[in-house]
Design a protein around this ligand. Structure first.
Ligand code: HEM
Length: 461
């Protein structure tokens, strides 16, 4: 199978927010390997934004799927035929074991059933005070930093880590947050440069460049979490039940099975790894976009000030903040934190009329899906209004949280948190770009702003 590449795209347009330069010339295996180590998204061919499906062979057979019907088939109708690829599993297993994110079949099913109630609408709303507190603390830090520019990406990482550590191990005095934060960051930094070998599903025994798991950091992270879980078992819940309490109480409604300490720990660490940075990225890109488009920012800030006055946002405000919500939705479209997910075909199938063989790597480049010209008007432009009529957006053209049974369990949690923090910030500050300090979108596990999101924050009073 060969790919026809169109001529190089015209240069960057000044009125569009930053983009990943996609490849317009076919890359050989070694050039692909080099490019992928710097930024896995840079292996996506430009034509993935103009066609429903791209296939190729780089050592092994691979496909990239951007067609909503084919995506529905993979994620919903034939989910067992497309299990998560080895890349995801190899990368994350040392940190989070056979947890919800990684497990397949019966082992996945019972964990998902046991964890689902913890993420019910009611429980997520009950966790909002932690998000409100983190929003207040972020505002205090931004205020204290004064008028100089600050890296809002660092601030948002701090804010979302406050939330996730509060809702997983709230009030555990023995829980050393800083140690867990260091361990998670260290792990992601070391394991993070996804090798293209992984992406394409090469067997495990093929040596990976730069794969050095930090045994010490991982052991430290796990033992801190185990101690906190054991303490909680003895002490019982105090105050508002957090995710640990809810998981301790959770059981598979069919088998009545409950999680043991190791399973609880792996799942709580999964929530930290899967939920903390992704939400920080959503907020950072949303703030970048607000500074990029001042009129959109003023529009959302006006709404936030009207609804909130002087107070920080809470769960009860989220429904009254549709403009802020649309900025979050559009940030997730333009910069989906999980910008590329991957599956390995288990059986022969056909997608968009093309043959899929068992063992083929089938990627969902969410970044390219969200910018596909067949699905979106002006796909590279920042237009929050496109989400005004949610029904007008094809379900399978917009997949920041995936879909089907393996859809992100924390999607509503993340949206609530992002709206609460963004609304509170926009009501109190006006964010401005710092010339010459544009972030560069780079995917290292998640789609990050390389160089940070540097903005000036002027208090609104
Ligand atoms: C904006 C923030 C987030 C984004 C963009 C995001 C994105 C995703 C995506 C795309 C998947 C599906 C992956 C695949 O199909 O291969 C996923 C799964 C998952 N996410 Fe999230 N996520 C976010 C926040 C969270 C939060 C806050 C939590 C937990 C507190 C969480 C926990 C999980 C778990 C456990 C899974 C695996 C679910 C399963 O396989 O049953 N995520 N996420």
């Amino acid at each position: 199978m060969t790919i026809q590449y169109p001529p190089a795209a015209p240069g960057a347009t000044p009125d569009l927010p930053v983009r990943v330069p996609l490849v317009t010339q076919p890359l050989g295996l070694f050039a692909s390997l080099r490019a992928a180590r710097a930024n896995i998204l840079s292996i996506i061919p430009q034509i993935a934004t103009t066609q429903p499906m791209v296939s190729g062979r780089t050592g092994i057979r691979w496909h990239m799927v951007m067609d909503p019907g084919a995506l529905r088939r993979m994620l919903l109708e034939k989910v067992d035929a497309y299990p998560k690829s080895m890349v995801t599993k190899n990368l994350l297993r040392p940190a989070i074991g056979e947890s919800l994110f990684i497990a397949e079949g019966a082992h996945w099913r019972w964990q998902r059933r046991a964890a689902a109630p913890a993420f019910s609408h009611r429980n997520i709303a009950a966790l909002a005070p932690y998000m409100t507190r983190a929003a207040e603390a972020a505002c205090e830090r931004v205020e204290a930093a004064g008028p100089r520019a600050l890296n809002m990406y660092d601030e948002m990482v701090r804010a979302t880590f406050d939330v996730i550590s509060d809702v997983t191990f709230s009030g555990d005095e023995g829980f050393d947050r800083a140690a867990v934060h260091r361990a998670v960051d260290g792990y992601v930094a070391e394991a993070g440069r996804v090798s293209l070998f992984d992406m394409l599903g090469f067997p495990d025994w093929v040596p990976r460049p730069g794969r050095m798991m930090s045994g010490h950091a991982l052991r430290e992270m796990k033992s801190v979490a185990d101690r906190a879980i054991e303490d909680r078992r003895k002490r019982g819940s105090q105050g508002v039940p957090d995710l640990l309490d809810l998981l301790l109480a959770g059981e598979d409604p069919e088998t009545k099975r409950q999680m043991n300490t190791g399973e609880l720990r792996d799942n709580l660490l999964t929530f930290i790894v899967a939920g903390h940075e992704t939400t920080a990225l959503t907020l950072s890109w949303a703030l970048y976009l607000c500074a990029f488009a001042p009129a959109e920012q003023e529009n959302a800030a006006e709404e936030a000030r009207r609804v909130l006055g002087d107070r920080a946002a809470g769960a009860e405000d989220v429904a009254a903040l549709p403009r802020v919500r649309r900025i979050v939705d559009e940030a997730l479209r333009l910069y989906p934190p999980a910008a590329l997910v991957s599956r390995t075909a288990r059986e022969a199938d056909e997608l968009c009329g093309r043959e899929i063989r068992p063992g083929d790597t089938v990627m969902i480049p969410i970044y390219a899906l969200h910018r596909n010209r067949l699905l979106w008007e002006e796909p590279d432009a920042f237009r929050p209004a496109r989400f005004r009529d949610a029904k007008a957006v094809d379900r399978y053209a917009y997949l920041p949280f995936g879909d089907g049974p393996r859809i992100c369990i924390g999607g509503s949690f993340a949206i609530q948190e992002a709206v609460i923090i963004l609304a509170t910030l926009l009501a109190r500050f006006r964010f401005r770009r710092v010339p010459g300090r544009e972030p560069k979108p780079v995917m290292i596990i998640t789609l990050r702003p390389e160089g940070g999101v540097w903005l000036e924050a002027e208090p609104r009073r």
